[in-house]
Design a protein around this ligand. Structure first.
Ligand code: SF4
Length: 333
């Protein structure tokens, strides 16, 4: 059984804990036998929720500062970003294998021929073991999934669909400009093609009760989804939500509420689902609130401590045993 040693904020001595959730870092180590690092790329994409393809203005929580119309990249730009990122990650974190992470905006929002050219550049070294493509569920079609399926025969390919909530009322309120049904259709189109599916969710969206947030994750747990990134709603500068927050219209979760909700969510997820993230990821210079979310490692330790306090683990609410989770996490991928 894998063990992790960490210092809990609430304990004065080191605590030895079994892993109570299926963490992405652990999955990558098991799958590739070494340290794998994601290299974040900017492919010059736009977003259909900003450029008018679907809507203008973007999601109310999305920081617009860096938004510009799709930039024309030099033909070799992705390859150059990869090589520079790999060199830096080798030095900083001693990574030996890499996943090309097309992160900014919607990385399937272009003609399939252009996507083929961009994705191809990412395979710039034998040390590149995969691709991860961040996008929206309304931004894929059969030809784009065929392209990703081809890449999945060369290595590990993830597609990350932003969903945020399974409630259309909430999606409308935050101007996502897509529906839950569109997300389900995208997942069905992608499943069974050798592509790993990751979903992004947000806890604390306006108008949502804890029960609504849990319902989102109950629905996700029933879909063929391989990974999840759970985020905390946080307020960033230059967003519609920042103005709503200043007017007192957006209540935020406290640290304790967030930790408790994340643990409730973990209990609902199947043990096979890899948890890629469970904290906010806002740069300090654009974050307005809550400031406590900058303490990422402290929040992660709080989540681990809360799971221990509850004697709980991923999938417990589904009747899964801790022994099964441990067995899955030692099984070679
Ligand atoms: S959060 Fe994503 S989908 Fe929403 S506006 Fe920003 S880039 Fe577009």
């Amino acid at each position: 059984m894998p063990v992790f040693v960490y210092h809990s904020r609430q304990m004065s001595t080191p605590a030895i804990q079994i892993s109570r959730y299926h963490a992405f870092g652990h999955y990558l180590r098991r799958r590739f036998g070494c340290r794998v690092h994601k290299i974040t790329l900017h492919a010059g994409m736009s977003c259909p929720n900003r450029d008018g393809t679907r809507a203008f203005g973007g999601c109310t929580f999305c920081n617009n500062t860096g938004f510009s119309p799709p930039a024309r990249l030099a033909p070799e730009a992705i390859r150059a970003q990869m090589l520079a990122g790999m060199e830096s990650a080798r030095r900083r974190v001693r990574a030996t294998k890499f996943i090309a992470y097309f992160q900014a905006y919607s990385n399937t929002h272009a003609p399939v021929e252009e996507l083929a050219r961009l994705y191809e550049q990412a395979w710039c070294s034998p040390d590149v073991v995969g691709l991860s493509i961040g996008t929206r569920p309304d931004c894929v079609d059969a030809a784009k999934i065929d392209l990703l399926a081809e890449h999945a025969r060369r290595g590990e390919v993830w597609i990350e669909y932003g969903l945020q909530s399974a409630h259309d009322k909430t999606l409308q309120l935050v101007n996502r400009a897509h529906t839950y049904d569109e997300f389900v259709s995208a997942v069905k189109l992608t499943a069974g093609r050798g592509i790993r599916i990751c979903v992004h969710t947000i806890l604390g969206l306006p108008g949502e009760t804890p029960e609504m947030m849990l319902e989102t994750h109950r629905r996700i747990a029933e879909l063929p989804i391989d990974g999840i990134k759970i985020h905390l709603l946080h307020i960033m500068r230059d967003t519609v939500m920042a103005r709503q927050y200043e007017r007192g219209e957006i209540p935020l979760l406290s640290r304790e509420e967030y930790v408790s909700l994340v643990c409730d969510v973990i209990e609902l997820l199947p043990p096979e689902m890899v948890i890629q993230r469970m904290h906010a990821d806002a740069p300090a210079d654009v974050l307005i609130a809550p400031q406590w979310c900058l303490d990422k490692s402290g929040v992660l330790n709080d989540i681990r401590s809360e799971l221990v306090r509850r004697d709980s683990w991923q999938g417990k609410a589904r009747g899964e045993s801790l022994a099964r989770l441990a067995a899955l996490m030692t099984k070679p991928e």
